[in-house]
Write a protein that binds this ligand. Structure first.
Ligand SMILES: Nc1ncnc2c1ncn2[C@@H]1O[C@H](COP(=O)(O)OP(=O)(O)OP(=O)(O)O)[C@@H](O)[C@H]1O
Ligand SMILES: [Mg+2]
Length: 346
């Protein structure tokens, strides 16, 4: 069948196209004609006895927290697919919610970090195809985020966007619809959680329960300078007695732990700003930096970044959904321009 016939047939049968933001912590899927079909943890739960998939997404997280007979599997690491089987299972189970009878298979736009290497890009394509997509077009995450954040990406004046996710911080300068500069570091919110778990284990002798480090990170934020010591409650396992304990953790310890991680993120952004050619730099000063991703919610992060870069820094509306919102807008353009014509069809 010619591509022209395919396009008409797709329209005729109402075959959905899919936007995919497969993130280290969260997976978000949007399907044309259906809306958002998933916004859930990027997680698969395997039954320990059989190794079979017991659940994916939110249900997998629930099983990992409350069930003993399940092994959690995380398909992504540092923003890219590290386990193709698990990523394909996660996507396939979430896409089954469409109940699409499968006359034609959906086409997909999937978002990928700008620094992903060829193998990492191929893994994302393979997982998406194995989940049921007929063709996959990859788009750079910060470009989708910029569209989702409402930036006028076709503007001839350069604009800067930084997406701080769970596994990767992706930085881009966009002018006339093109990425003119990109930089990424595989350091993001999950490293803040690890730093907090580590210091609590070292200084208090307690292994925090899952999610406690994340909760403490959200409470702490990104302090500019500590306005006195605060105490936060947390729960975990005493490493000596192996008993369940509640403890009080000092904000000074937590701030000390996350500081090196924050420095890596801030320095990567600062370096990118410093390296811009003078003309681009002047244009970026106008619009400042737009922040997306879960890290944009970190209290005080805008002030920290603003101090470091001397730029105005603002958070996008609904920052955690900026990437998927941008990708879903691209689907509409994709259908009109037949975006998928140059990618391999299965
Ligand atoms: N209020 C908050 N304060 C601090 N961190 C937050 C807050 N809200 C969310 N986060 C963090 O944001 C991260 C998830 O963000 P997001 O969904 O953008 O990541 P992701 O897209 O899955 O990851 P990546 O794009 O790096 O692959 C989590 O680590 C979460 O703890
Ligand atoms: Mg992301």
């Amino acid at each position: 069948m010619s591509i022209f016939d395919q396009r008409n047939l797709r329209k005729l049968v109402g075959c959905p196209d899919i936007a995919i933001d497969l993130g280290t912590a969260n997976t978000r899927l949007y399907a044309t004609g259906y809306g958002m079909i998933a916004d859930e943890p990027s997680m698969v739960s395997l039954a320990q006895e059989t190794g079979a998939i017991a659940a994916v997404g939110r249900e997998a997280e629930r099983l990992a927290t409350f069930g003993n007979d399940f092994t959690p599997v995380y398909p992504l690491n540092s923003g890219v697919v590290s386990d193709i089987d698990a990523a394909a299972s996660l996507l396939r189970h979430l896409l089954e919610r469409l109940n699409w009878p499968g006359i034609l298979r959906p086409r997909a736009i999937a978002c990928v970090p700008t620094d992903a290497c060829e193998d990492e890009r191929q893994s994302l394509i393979e997982a998406t195809q194995r989940a049921g997509a007929s063709a996959v077009f990859l788009v750079p995450e910060p470009l989708a985020a910029a569209i989702g954040a409402g930036l006028e990406i076709s503007s001839p004046y350069a604009q800067m966007l930084v997406d701080i996710g769970d596994g990767v911080t992706d930085i881009a300068v966009i002018r006339s619809g093109q990425l003119v500069t990109t930089a990424a570091v595989r350091t993001a919110c999950s490293d803040l959680h690890v730093a907090i778990s580590d210091i609590v284990a070292r200084r208090y002798g307690i292994s925090l329960f899952p999610h406690e480090a994340q909760r403490l990170t959200h409470r702490l934020g990104s302090p500019l300078e500590m306005a006195g010591e605060q105490w936060f409650f947390a729960e975990g396992i005493d490493q000596n007695s192996t008993r369940h304990v509640k403890l009080r953790v000092s904000s000074l310890d937590l701030a000390e732990a996350i500081e090196p991680v924050l420095k890596i993120i801030i320095e990567a952004i600062h370096q990118t700003v410093r390296d811009l050619p003078p003309e681009t730099s002047c244009e970026v000063i106008e619009g400042g930096i737009c922040l997306t991703g879960g890290g944009a919610n970190l209290r005080g992060i805008c002030q920290r970044l603003s101090l470091a870069t001397s730029l105005d820094v603002h958070t996008a509306p609904d920052p955690m959904r900026a990437v998927i919102n941008g990708a879903r807008q691209m689907l509409a353009v994709g259908a009109e321009t037949n975006l998928w014509q140059h990618v391999a069809w299965q």
